[in-house]
Design a protein around this ligand. Structure first.
Ligand SMILES: *[C@@H]1O[C@H](CO)[C@@H](O)[C@H](O)[C@H]1NC(C)=O
Length: 350
Protein backbone atom coordinates (compact mmCIF):
# COMPACT_ATOMS: atom_id res chain seq x y z
CA UNK A 1 0.00 0.00 0.00
CA UNK A 2 1.44 3.34 -0.97
CA UNK A 3 0.46 6.59 0.61
CA UNK A 4 1.70 10.09 0.37
CA UNK A 5 2.22 12.64 3.05
CA UNK A 6 1.37 15.19 0.37
CA UNK A 7 -2.25 14.14 0.66
CA UNK A 8 -2.26 15.31 4.27
CA UNK A 9 -0.37 18.45 3.37
CA UNK A 10 -2.69 19.24 0.49
CA UNK A 11 -5.71 18.55 2.67
CA UNK A 12 -4.36 21.03 5.21
CA UNK A 13 -3.67 23.61 2.51
CA UNK A 14 -7.10 23.09 1.06
CA UNK A 15 -8.64 23.53 4.48
CA UNK A 16 -6.74 26.79 4.77
CA UNK A 17 -8.05 27.97 1.42
CA UNK A 18 -11.60 26.95 2.25
CA UNK A 19 -11.54 28.78 5.57
CA UNK A 20 -10.00 31.90 4.11
CA UNK A 21 -12.30 32.18 1.10
CA UNK A 22 -15.37 29.95 1.25
CA UNK A 23 -16.88 31.68 -1.79
CA UNK A 24 -14.14 30.26 -4.00
CA UNK A 25 -15.10 26.66 -3.32
CA UNK A 26 -16.30 24.88 -6.42
CA UNK A 27 -18.58 21.96 -6.87
CA UNK A 28 -17.01 20.23 -9.83
CA UNK A 29 -19.97 17.94 -10.23
CA UNK A 30 -22.67 20.59 -10.27
CA UNK A 31 -25.16 19.27 -12.83
CA UNK A 32 -26.32 22.77 -13.78
CA UNK A 33 -22.86 23.93 -14.60
CA UNK A 34 -20.60 21.04 -15.56
CA UNK A 35 -17.06 22.33 -15.98
CA UNK A 36 -16.14 19.74 -18.60
CA UNK A 37 -17.79 19.09 -21.91
CA UNK A 38 -18.12 15.34 -21.41
CA UNK A 39 -21.74 14.44 -20.57
CA UNK A 40 -20.38 11.78 -18.20
CA UNK A 41 -19.53 14.45 -15.65
CA UNK A 42 -23.13 15.64 -15.46
CA UNK A 43 -24.27 12.12 -14.62
CA UNK A 44 -21.60 11.51 -12.00
CA UNK A 45 -23.79 12.26 -8.96
CA UNK A 46 -22.85 14.03 -5.77
CA UNK A 47 -20.70 13.28 -2.76
CA UNK A 48 -22.46 13.25 0.59
CA UNK A 49 -20.69 13.26 3.95
CA UNK A 50 -22.16 10.56 6.18
CA UNK A 51 -19.51 10.25 8.87
CA UNK A 52 -16.17 11.47 10.17
CA UNK A 53 -12.95 9.50 10.35
CA UNK A 54 -11.55 11.37 13.36
CA UNK A 55 -8.09 11.48 11.81
CA UNK A 56 -6.92 12.30 8.29
CA UNK A 57 -6.94 9.16 6.16
CA UNK A 58 -3.28 9.20 5.17
CA UNK A 59 -3.77 5.43 4.86
CA UNK A 60 -7.19 3.78 4.79
CA UNK A 61 -7.76 0.08 4.30
CA UNK A 62 -10.84 -2.14 4.45
CA UNK A 63 -10.35 -4.75 7.20
CA UNK A 64 -13.52 -6.83 6.98
CA UNK A 65 -17.26 -6.42 6.25
CA UNK A 66 -17.65 -3.82 8.96
CA UNK A 67 -14.45 -1.87 9.60
CA UNK A 68 -11.92 0.40 7.91
CA UNK A 69 -8.52 0.97 9.50
CA UNK A 70 -7.31 4.56 9.25
CA UNK A 71 -3.79 5.76 9.92
CA UNK A 72 -2.60 9.36 10.02
CA UNK A 73 0.69 10.80 11.14
CA UNK A 74 1.14 11.88 14.75
CA UNK A 75 -0.33 15.36 15.04
CA UNK A 76 -0.85 16.75 18.48
CA UNK A 77 0.15 19.22 21.05
CA UNK A 78 1.09 22.24 18.99
CA UNK A 79 -0.75 25.16 17.49
CA UNK A 80 0.10 26.34 14.01
CA UNK A 81 -0.55 30.06 13.58
CA UNK A 82 -1.73 30.99 10.10
CA UNK A 83 -2.17 34.55 8.83
CA UNK A 84 -5.96 34.57 9.32
CA UNK A 85 -6.74 31.74 11.71
CA UNK A 86 -5.25 29.32 14.19
CA UNK A 87 -5.05 25.71 13.16
CA UNK A 88 -4.62 23.39 16.13
CA UNK A 89 -2.25 20.70 15.03
CA UNK A 90 -4.35 18.02 16.61
CA UNK A 91 -6.80 15.46 15.36
CA UNK A 92 -10.49 15.35 16.20
CA UNK A 93 -10.22 11.82 17.62
CA UNK A 94 -9.21 11.88 21.30
CA UNK A 95 -8.84 9.47 24.18
CA UNK A 96 -10.42 10.08 27.61
CA UNK A 97 -6.98 11.16 28.81
CA UNK A 98 -7.16 14.18 26.51
CA UNK A 99 -4.50 12.87 24.15
CA UNK A 100 -5.21 13.08 20.46
CA UNK A 101 -5.22 9.88 18.39
CA UNK A 102 -3.57 9.37 15.02
CA UNK A 103 -5.25 6.12 14.11
CA UNK A 104 -8.91 5.12 14.17
CA UNK A 105 -11.15 2.24 13.16
CA UNK A 106 -14.21 3.35 11.19
CA UNK A 107 -17.47 1.38 11.43
CA UNK A 108 -19.25 1.24 8.06
CA UNK A 109 -22.68 0.46 9.55
CA UNK A 110 -22.71 2.97 12.40
CA UNK A 111 -20.59 5.56 10.58
CA UNK A 112 -18.60 6.13 13.75
CA UNK A 113 -14.94 5.92 14.56
CA UNK A 114 -13.06 4.40 17.49
CA UNK A 115 -9.73 5.98 18.47
CA UNK A 116 -6.79 3.56 18.37
CA UNK A 117 -3.62 4.15 20.34
CA UNK A 118 -0.27 4.18 18.57
CA UNK A 119 3.00 4.90 20.36
CA UNK A 120 5.17 5.63 17.33
CA UNK A 121 4.91 8.16 14.52
CA UNK A 122 3.35 6.48 11.49
CA UNK A 123 4.07 9.39 9.14
CA UNK A 124 5.61 8.11 5.88
CA UNK A 125 5.09 4.47 6.83
CA UNK A 126 3.90 1.63 4.60
CA UNK A 127 1.57 -1.28 5.20
CA UNK A 128 0.13 -4.54 3.99
CA UNK A 129 -1.75 -7.67 5.01
CA UNK A 130 -0.22 -10.97 6.03
CA UNK A 131 -1.91 -14.02 4.52
CA UNK A 132 -3.82 -14.64 7.76
CA UNK A 133 -5.52 -11.22 7.63
CA UNK A 134 -3.32 -9.40 10.13
CA UNK A 135 -2.38 -5.90 8.99
CA UNK A 136 1.26 -4.82 9.34
CA UNK A 137 2.45 -1.22 9.28
CA UNK A 138 6.18 -0.59 8.89
CA UNK A 139 8.49 2.39 9.29
CA UNK A 140 7.47 5.99 9.69
CA UNK A 141 8.70 9.36 10.86
CA UNK A 142 10.55 11.09 13.64
CA UNK A 143 9.72 11.51 17.33
CA UNK A 144 7.25 14.35 17.51
CA UNK A 145 4.63 16.22 19.54
CA UNK A 146 4.86 18.96 22.14
CA UNK A 147 2.36 18.18 24.87
CA UNK A 148 2.41 14.44 24.28
CA UNK A 149 5.04 12.58 22.37
CA UNK A 150 5.10 9.97 19.67
CA UNK A 151 8.20 7.80 19.61
CA UNK A 152 10.28 7.62 16.47
CA UNK A 153 8.66 5.26 13.98
CA UNK A 154 11.57 4.81 11.56
CA UNK A 155 12.11 1.18 12.56
CA UNK A 156 8.66 0.34 13.85
CA UNK A 157 6.56 -2.68 13.07
CA UNK A 158 2.90 -2.27 14.04
CA UNK A 159 0.47 -5.18 14.02
CA UNK A 160 -3.33 -5.06 13.93
CA UNK A 161 -5.49 -8.19 14.03
CA UNK A 162 -8.87 -7.07 12.60
CA UNK A 163 -12.08 -7.66 14.57
CA UNK A 164 -15.73 -6.58 14.38
CA UNK A 165 -16.42 -6.20 18.13
CA UNK A 166 -14.27 -3.16 19.00
CA UNK A 167 -11.81 -5.31 20.93
CA UNK A 168 -8.76 -5.08 18.65
CA UNK A 169 -5.87 -2.74 19.32
CA UNK A 170 -2.45 -2.08 17.80
CA UNK A 171 0.58 -4.08 18.99
CA UNK A 172 3.78 -2.17 18.33
CA UNK A 173 7.47 -2.96 18.20
CA UNK A 174 8.96 0.55 18.26
CA UNK A 175 12.40 -0.64 17.15
CA UNK A 176 14.75 -3.58 17.09
CA UNK A 177 12.47 -5.82 15.02
CA UNK A 178 12.96 -4.34 11.58
CA UNK A 179 16.57 -4.35 10.40
CA UNK A 180 16.81 -0.82 9.04
CA UNK A 181 15.24 2.60 9.48
CA UNK A 182 12.58 3.10 6.81
CA UNK A 183 10.98 6.42 5.96
CA UNK A 184 8.95 5.97 2.71
CA UNK A 185 9.38 2.22 2.27
CA UNK A 186 7.04 0.01 0.22
CA UNK A 187 5.34 -3.18 1.39
CA UNK A 188 4.02 -6.00 -0.81
CA UNK A 189 2.44 -9.33 0.12
CA UNK A 190 4.21 -12.49 -1.08
CA UNK A 191 2.59 -15.78 -2.18
CA UNK A 192 3.47 -17.47 1.15
CA UNK A 193 1.50 -14.84 3.07
CA UNK A 194 4.53 -12.98 4.45
CA UNK A 195 5.32 -9.41 3.42
CA UNK A 196 8.25 -7.91 1.55
CA UNK A 197 9.52 -4.57 2.89
CA UNK A 198 11.74 -2.55 0.58
CA UNK A 199 13.68 0.69 0.52
CA UNK A 200 13.09 4.04 2.15
CA UNK A 201 15.57 6.33 3.82
CA UNK A 202 17.01 6.44 7.33
CA UNK A 203 15.39 9.80 8.09
CA UNK A 204 13.26 12.46 6.38
CA UNK A 205 14.90 13.80 3.23
CA UNK A 206 13.77 16.10 0.46
CA UNK A 207 15.42 13.82 -2.06
CA UNK A 208 16.98 10.53 -1.18
CA UNK A 209 20.80 10.50 -1.16
CA UNK A 210 23.78 8.23 -0.48
CA UNK A 211 23.93 9.32 3.13
CA UNK A 212 20.33 8.49 4.03
CA UNK A 213 19.40 5.80 1.53
CA UNK A 214 18.17 2.43 2.83
CA UNK A 215 19.06 0.27 -0.20
CA UNK A 216 17.84 -2.98 1.35
CA UNK A 217 14.83 -5.25 1.67
CA UNK A 218 13.59 -7.58 4.37
CA UNK A 219 10.59 -9.70 5.29
CA UNK A 220 7.93 -9.92 7.99
CA UNK A 221 7.79 -12.31 9.75
CA UNK A 222 11.53 -11.71 9.72
CA UNK A 223 13.86 -13.95 7.70
CA UNK A 224 16.95 -12.37 9.25
CA UNK A 225 19.00 -9.29 8.48
CA UNK A 226 18.03 -6.83 5.75
CA UNK A 227 19.55 -7.67 2.35
CA UNK A 228 21.47 -5.15 0.25
CA UNK A 229 19.91 -4.25 -3.11
CA UNK A 230 22.19 -2.40 -5.60
CA UNK A 231 19.14 -1.41 -7.69
CA UNK A 232 18.16 1.02 -4.93
CA UNK A 233 21.65 2.53 -4.97
CA UNK A 234 21.59 2.95 -8.73
CA UNK A 235 18.17 4.63 -8.79
CA UNK A 236 18.95 7.55 -6.45
CA UNK A 237 17.62 10.23 -6.02
CA UNK A 238 14.01 9.55 -6.97
CA UNK A 239 13.62 6.08 -5.50
CA UNK A 240 11.47 6.38 -2.37
CA UNK A 241 8.17 4.48 -2.20
CA UNK A 242 9.23 2.25 -5.08
CA UNK A 243 6.32 0.71 -7.02
CA UNK A 244 6.10 -3.03 -6.34
CA UNK A 245 3.62 -5.54 -7.75
CA UNK A 246 3.50 -9.30 -7.14
CA UNK A 247 3.42 -11.18 -10.46
CA UNK A 248 1.74 -14.52 -11.29
CA UNK A 249 5.22 -16.10 -11.41
CA UNK A 250 5.71 -15.29 -7.71
CA UNK A 251 8.40 -12.75 -8.61
CA UNK A 252 8.08 -9.04 -7.99
CA UNK A 253 8.10 -6.17 -10.45
CA UNK A 254 10.02 -3.34 -8.78
CA UNK A 255 10.12 0.16 -10.24
CA UNK A 256 12.15 3.14 -8.96
CA UNK A 257 13.01 6.44 -10.64
CA UNK A 258 12.68 5.41 -14.33
CA UNK A 259 13.96 1.85 -14.11
CA UNK A 260 12.33 -1.45 -13.32
CA UNK A 261 13.29 -5.07 -12.75
CA UNK A 262 11.63 -8.41 -12.23
CA UNK A 263 13.04 -9.72 -8.98
CA UNK A 264 13.03 -13.07 -7.20
CA UNK A 265 13.03 -12.02 -3.53
CA UNK A 266 13.70 -15.47 -2.10
CA UNK A 267 16.79 -16.07 -4.25
CA UNK A 268 17.86 -12.39 -4.32
CA UNK A 269 18.16 -12.54 -8.11
CA UNK A 270 17.21 -10.04 -10.81
CA UNK A 271 15.30 -12.18 -13.30
CA UNK A 272 14.91 -9.49 -15.90
CA UNK A 273 15.85 -5.85 -16.42
CA UNK A 274 13.24 -3.82 -18.31
CA UNK A 275 13.65 -0.70 -20.43
CA UNK A 276 13.56 2.72 -18.76
CA UNK A 277 10.26 4.54 -18.98
CA UNK A 278 10.55 7.58 -21.30
CA UNK A 279 10.24 11.06 -19.83
CA UNK A 280 10.39 12.03 -16.18
CA UNK A 281 11.12 10.16 -12.97
CA UNK A 282 8.01 8.54 -11.61
CA UNK A 283 8.74 7.65 -7.99
CA UNK A 284 9.09 9.84 -4.92
CA UNK A 285 9.55 12.75 -4.54
CA UNK A 286 7.07 14.33 -6.95
CA UNK A 287 5.81 10.88 -7.64
CA UNK A 288 3.45 9.26 -10.11
CA UNK A 289 1.54 6.08 -9.42
CA UNK A 290 1.33 2.53 -10.72
CA UNK A 291 -1.14 -0.33 -11.11
CA UNK A 292 -0.96 -3.95 -12.24
CA UNK A 293 -3.64 -4.30 -14.92
CA UNK A 294 -6.19 -7.14 -14.81
CA UNK A 295 -4.73 -10.51 -15.82
CA UNK A 296 -6.55 -11.82 -18.90
CA UNK A 297 -6.81 -15.34 -20.33
CA UNK A 298 -6.73 -13.97 -23.92
CA UNK A 299 -3.02 -13.18 -23.71
CA UNK A 300 -2.02 -16.03 -21.39
CA UNK A 301 -2.26 -13.83 -18.27
CA UNK A 302 0.56 -11.53 -19.28
CA UNK A 303 1.32 -9.14 -16.46
CA UNK A 304 0.96 -5.57 -17.69
CA UNK A 305 1.71 -2.51 -15.61
CA UNK A 306 0.66 1.09 -15.99
CA UNK A 307 2.69 3.98 -14.58
CA UNK A 308 1.07 7.43 -14.67
CA UNK A 309 2.02 10.95 -13.71
CA UNK A 310 5.14 12.26 -12.03
CA UNK A 311 7.08 15.47 -12.51
CA UNK A 312 10.10 17.16 -13.97
CA UNK A 313 10.90 17.26 -10.28
CA UNK A 314 14.48 17.26 -9.14
CA UNK A 315 15.96 19.24 -12.00
CA UNK A 316 13.41 22.05 -11.87
CA UNK A 317 12.31 21.73 -8.26
CA UNK A 318 9.22 23.84 -7.51
CA UNK A 319 8.98 25.13 -11.08
CA UNK A 320 8.91 21.61 -12.52
CA UNK A 321 5.73 20.75 -14.37
CA UNK A 322 3.63 17.71 -13.48
CA UNK A 323 3.63 14.91 -16.02
CA UNK A 324 0.61 14.11 -18.19
CA UNK A 325 1.83 10.75 -19.51
CA UNK A 326 1.07 7.12 -18.70
CA UNK A 327 3.38 4.33 -19.72
CA UNK A 328 2.14 0.78 -20.25
CA UNK A 329 4.49 -2.20 -20.25
CA UNK A 330 3.79 -5.88 -20.93
CA UNK A 331 6.25 -7.62 -18.61
CA UNK A 332 5.84 -10.96 -20.38
CA UNK A 333 6.42 -9.74 -23.93
CA UNK A 334 9.80 -10.99 -25.19
CA UNK A 335 10.71 -7.48 -26.34
CA UNK A 336 8.95 -5.45 -23.67
CA UNK A 337 8.51 -1.81 -24.71
CA UNK A 338 6.76 1.06 -22.98
CA UNK A 339 3.67 2.28 -24.83
CA UNK A 340 3.15 5.95 -23.96
CA UNK A 341 -0.15 7.82 -23.81
CA UNK A 342 -1.32 11.09 -22.31
CA UNK A 343 -4.26 11.69 -20.04
CA UNK A 344 -6.40 14.78 -19.46
CA UNK A 345 -4.50 16.55 -16.67
CA UNK A 346 -0.88 16.36 -15.64
CA UNK A 347 -0.82 14.63 -12.24
CA UNK A 348 1.70 14.74 -9.44
CA UNK A 349 1.10 12.35 -6.52
CA UNK A 350 -2.13 10.94 -8.00
C1 LIG B 1 -0.93 -13.89 11.75
O1 LIG B 1 0.43 -14.21 11.78
C2 LIG B 1 1.24 -13.34 12.57
C3 LIG B 1 2.67 -13.67 12.36
O2 LIG B 1 2.92 -15.02 12.44
C4 LIG B 1 0.78 -13.41 14.01
O3 LIG B 1 1.55 -12.56 14.83
C5 LIG B 1 -0.68 -13.00 14.07
O4 LIG B 1 -1.17 -13.07 15.39
C6 LIG B 1 -1.51 -13.88 13.16
N1 LIG B 1 -2.88 -13.37 13.09
C7 LIG B 1 -3.94 -14.11 13.38
C8 LIG B 1 -5.25 -13.42 13.21
O5 LIG B 1 -3.86 -15.24 13.78
Amino acid sequence: MRISFAVAVLAALHLGTALASPAKRQDYYDEDDPPFSSPNYARAGKMEQIGRTGVTAMHAVLLNERKILIIDRCEFGSIVAQPFFVLPEENEAHFDSGEAAWSTEYDIELNQYRALRLKTNSFCSAGGFLGNGTFISTGGGQRTGRTYHALSGFQSVRQFNPCTDDSCIWTEYPNGKMGDNRWYPTVEQLPDGSIFIIGGSSKPVQYNDELHNTPTYEFWPSRGAAIYMPFLQETLKNNLYPFVHLLPSGNLWIFANRRSIIFDPSANIIVRELPEIPGNSRSYPLTGTSVLLPLRPENGYHAEVLVCGGSEGVEHHAKGRADATCGRLDLDAPAARWGMETFVFPRLMP
